[in-house]
Design a protein around this ligand. Sequence first.
Ligand SMILES: [Zn+2]
Length: 79
Amino acid sequence: MLSLKTCSFCGGSVNLGEGTLLVRNDGSINWYCSSKCRKSSVFLKRDPRRFKWTTITRQAREKRKEKKKEKKKATRRDG
Ligand SMILES: [Zn+2]
């Protein structure tokens, strides 16, 4: 079943009945899909952009690949 919740660290979907919810004193709500994401964010204070397995970095990598392809197509000459 689909859920609208997304992990605050990796950006993946959080299934119903899974994951952990963290509510801070200032009222902000963070959902985490796994203990890996929770520990990375809360205790280790990691930046999700520095890891290959987060959706943020995956999207950035795909964008870079598309840009490279476009550049190759633009420079190719026929004849
Ligand atoms: Zn996650």
